[in-house]
Design a protein around this ligand. Structure first.
Ligand SMILES: [Zn+2]
Ligand SMILES: [Zn+2]
Length: 177
């Protein structure tokens, strides 16, 4: 959803957006997650000179894969955001400005327009958990037979100590002669 900033400027009013966006609208491309619910959002887009403020809330759910047991599960996302976008320094006043920009947490726009789908998509993607765990204390998979240990134990001997750590284990439990 593209907002033409010139039209916004002419209207003199902030733009209010309320709606829901599906995966096709947002093009969320992540191997780690997919939307399991549409993204419901309310946003206010306003201009202050050539700086654009995008404030709002979003709510959705993501389907992710547990990093321990490999089962898919859904995580709820609800967040507020308060973002600022400036004209892209490449098309503004050159290098001096660019240096100044580096430390700031702002986004940039080009061609006098802002793509709200991209804004939302980015806000969703940064919420994707890097190591999602399906439940507290998920036992994961047996590293020998691959059984999901949440569903029950297997007969594998998983107490084997990595030979690299055997020495340490001995130091911790010195044999009493
Ligand atoms: Zn799990
Ligand atoms: Zn096993």
């Amino acid at each position: 959803m593209i907002v033409n900033l010139n039209e916004l400027r002419l209207s003199g009013e902030p733009l209010l957006v309320k709606g829901s966006f599906c995966e096709d609208d947002l093009h969320i491309q992540s191997r780690l997650a997919a939307l399991s619910e549409d993204v419901a959002t309310e946003m206010k887009v306003s201009l202050s000179g050539d700086r654009v403020s995008v404030k709002g809330t979003l709510r959705t759910a993501l389907l992710v894969t547990c990093c321990r047991c490999a089962n898919p599960f859904s995580v709820q996302i609800a967040k507020q955001f308060d973002l600022e976008y400036w004209p892209d320094p490449d098309v503004a006043d050159g290098e001096e400005l660019e240096l100044e920009y580096e430390d700031l947490e702002v986004g940039f726009y080009r061609d006098d327009q802002i793509d709200l789908s991209a804004v939302l998509s980015e806000q969703v993607v940064i919420e994707i958990p890097m190591k999602p765990v399906c439940r507290e204390g998920c036992k994961g998979l047996c590293d020998q037979c691959g059984r999901d240990l949440n569903e029950g134990d297997c007969d594998c001997d998983r107490t084997k100590i990595d030979p690299r750590f055997a020495v340490l284990a001995q130091l911790k439990n010195p044999k009493v002669n």
